[in-house]
Design a protein around this ligand. Structure first.
Ligand code: COA
Ligand code: AMP
Length: 633
């Protein structure tokens, strides 16, 4: 192993005096009132950071750069191969646009603490909407466009927004996503009704507006007074972002204002190795945490240029799109999900498109969102000839738990490992009883409390669920929900989830949520959904349904209806296309469905016959059913 003095000194320095470490990092933020200290212990294992400060995220992400003379620098590059559009927005333009939008929202009654749902595709206006909320101290909750109306409705009822900002449509290859009918449907379904909506009308589809409730994005800003930044407390929620848990009810992850800014700003140099003015690109979506942290807030707070890319890794128009964007906009650090590289590799295994572009600007590539398989990393390293860094984090943490701190010291890359814990994270591998496991042994990954700034302080309106989901299993620790190990050199390996969450194309989904939908089909008596391995997307959901007595309809018909139902209720992003009808499900004698064993059968892996299985013969029936849909070979 190479020299790790840089990282070691950094990590040990944090551990020796976390308070001093974070107070120093906080100096990079412009405060309306400085924090008197970093950590606030709220009791019951709840912690907050910089709680007594006063600050504003929009000021730090936009205005301060203009005031510091960076106004003419490009803040956002919009590159949309899907609409053949390119546009640049400077920091000064961004400031003016966001101040006007915030002014219009304020004129309609949006104030500090009000929730605003944002339901928009990858257009710069999505970032502007987020920043306008931040400017007023309003709490935004962005909902990913691939979710169905009922998922949006659940979020409306939980967040209770005063307003919803949406676009008329999104664009998927070969398909227009009709946001407005989805939005109308969600508002109809929800018990809580927003006071008004703002609709950003796109050229590709102009939505019909409902008089008195829906306002046109452009029209409603006409003639308003621009709004100034409203200072908020350090522990004021900056946003709520819903993520999948074990059940169908999503968890509203809260992000507090001050810790969010401090941590993201710190990560831009120390992890992503960019300086203010450099171009940073995260090819994700604003609907996910990667989009929040590294398309919107991180790069802008740090004074970088960020890219809003509306396209796919392949097919818009070809497998060279990523390289074109990197080359054309001089991207220094690039962040994407392994699945995106697998998609490119599948189409262009020899990297013929790579050779068409000058990629000398690119210094480092970062992967996260799902396990980065060594083949994909090696392929990317060979093609791009730069370090490819895996790093591990979650919606809950908002930034990397483990990474290679490239801006401090590039540690040797170990394939299959997202490298080492970042300052702030004291990572442990525990057995079921909460005992520490030695190096090399697989267990639950837990982080000693308190978590660092920028991580979730709680769940929105659900403290009991917060305690139960994350804090109760291992007292004094945050339970990550991931299993893995640490090697002799302190490198982490992330192996699997310990709950019913699966990862499909870097998207986090709940199999429990899909089971709830299947169970609602009138002919389904019982069901199970598992995540099977898939070469492109990492995992794919597969459903098993047992029919109610007396149901005699063709199985194909029922399967088709199940697939449609999941698409309608959860959304296309669930990528639920495979299901089969079985007589019975394998269970333990106490009635627990043996999902893990079913996954092993599907993936063609060896497995130990569970000692408590009710009837081992069922496993053969499951194997035959899986073979019928192309698995368990
Ligand atoms: N709005 C509406 N629908 C969306 C959507 C959005 N923002 N994003 C995806 N969908 C739809 C897709 O069109 C697809 O619909 P279909 O069933 O009609 O084809 C469905 O949801 C499944 O999407 P996905 O799993 O992404 O598959 P895909 O075949 O469209 O694309 C990849 C595959 C690998 C190219 C794509 O998943 C990708 O680019 N992944 C990168 C991962 C990523 O950005 N992760 C975010 C966390 S870092
Ligand atoms: P999300 O909250 O959508 O970001 O998903 C977080 C989950 O994705 C984690 O708990 C992991 O299960 C998985 N994940 C994210 N990054 C990695 C990584 N680098 N390696 C392995 N799994 C990852």
């Amino acid at each position: 192993m190479g020299n790790t003095a840089g990282y070691k000194a950094l990590y040990d320095g944090w551990k020796a005096d976390p308070e001093a470490f974070w107070m120093k990092a906080a100096e990079a933020i412009n405060w309306d009132e400085k924090p008197s200290k970093a950590l606030f212990d709220k009791g019951d294992n709840l912690y907050e950071w910089f709680a007594d400060a006063k600050c504003n995220t929009c000021y730090n992400a936009v205005d301060r750069h203009v005031e510091a003379g960076r106004g003419e620098q490009t803040a956002i590059i919009y590159d949309s191969p899907i609409t053949h559009t390119k546009r640049e927005i400077s920091y000064v333009e961004l400031r003016n646009r966001v101040a006007t939008l915030a002014g219009a929202l304020r004129a309609k009654g949006i104030e500090k603490g009000d929730r605003v749902i944002i339901y928009m595709p990858m257009v710069p206006e999505a970032l502007e909407a987020m920043l306008a909320c931040a400017r007023l101290g309003a709490v935004h909750s962005v909902v990913f466009g691939g979710f169905a109306a009922s998922e949006l409705a659940v979020r409306i009822d939980d967040a209770k927004p005063k307003a919803i900002i949406a676009a008329s449509c999104g664009l998927e290859p070969g398909r227009v996503v009709h946001y407005k009918p989805l939005l109308d449907g969600a508002i109809d379904m929800a018990t809580h009704k927003p006071e008004f909506t703002v609709i950003f009308q796109r050229e590709q589809e102009v939505a019909e507006l409902k008089e008195g409730r829906d306002f046109n994005w452009h029209g409603f800003q006409y003639g308003v007074e621009p709004a100034e930044c409203v200072p908020v407390e350090g522990n004021h929620p900056a946003y709520i972002l819903y993520t999948s848990g074990t059940t169908g009810a999503p968890k509203g992850v809260i992000r507090h204002t001050a810790g969010h800014m401090v941590a993201l700003n710190w990560s831009m140099k120390n992890i992503y190795n960019v300086d203010p003015g450099d171009v940073f690109w995260a090819a994700s979506d604003v609907g996910w945490v990667v989009g929040h942290s590294y398309i919107a807030y991180g790069p802008l707070i740090h004074g970088n240029t960020t890219i809003v890319f509306e396209g796919k890794p392949v097919g818009t128009p070809d497998a060279g799109t990523f390289w074109r964007v990197i080359s054309e906009h001089k991207v220094k650090s690039f962040f994407t999900a392994p699945t995106a590289f697998r998609a490119v590799k599948r189409v262009d295994p020899k990297g013929e498109f790579v050779g068409k572009y000058d990629l000398s600007c690119l210094k480092t590539v970062y992967l996260a969102g799902e396990r980065a398989d060594p083949d994909t990393i090696v392929w990317a390293q060979d093609q791009l000839k730069v370090p490819v860094i895996d790093h591990w984090w979650q919606t809950e943490t908002g930034w990397a738990i483990a990474a290679n701190p490239v801006g401090v010291e590039m540690l040797p890359v170990k394939l299959g490992s997202p490298s080492v814990p970042m300052p702030g994270y004291d990572v442990h591998i525990l057995d079921e009883a909460g005992h520490e496991l030695p190096a090399g042994e697989l267990g639950a990954i837990a982080v000693k409390l308190p978590l660092p700034p920028g991580t979730l302080p709680n769940l929105w309106n659900a403290e009991a669920r917060f305690q139960k989901s994350y804090l109760n299993t291992f007292p004094g620790y945050y339970e990550t929900g991931d299993a893995g190990m640490i090697d002799e050199d302190g490198y982490l390996y992330i192996m699997a989830r310990t709950d019913d969450v699966i990862n499909v194309a870097g998207h986090r989904l709940s199999t429990g949520g899909m089971e709830e939908v299947l169970a609602s089909h009138p002919d389904v008596a019982e069901c199970a959904v598992i995540g099977v391995s898939d070469e492109l997307k990492g995992q794919l959901p597969v459903g098993f349904v047992c029919l109610s007595n007396g149901v005699n309809r063709p199985h194909e018909e029922i399967v088709k209806e199940c697939v449609t139902l999941v698409r309608e209720k959860i959304g296309p992003v669930a990528a639920f296309k495979l299901a089969c009808v079985v007589e019975r499900l394998p269970k333990t004698r106490s009635g627990k469905i043996l999902r893990g064993t079913m996954v092993s059968i599907a993936d063609g892996k060896e497995f130990k016959m569970p000692a408590t299985i009710d009837d081992p013969a069922i496993l053969d029936e499951i194997k035959v059913a899986l073979q019928g849909i192309g698995f368990a070979k």
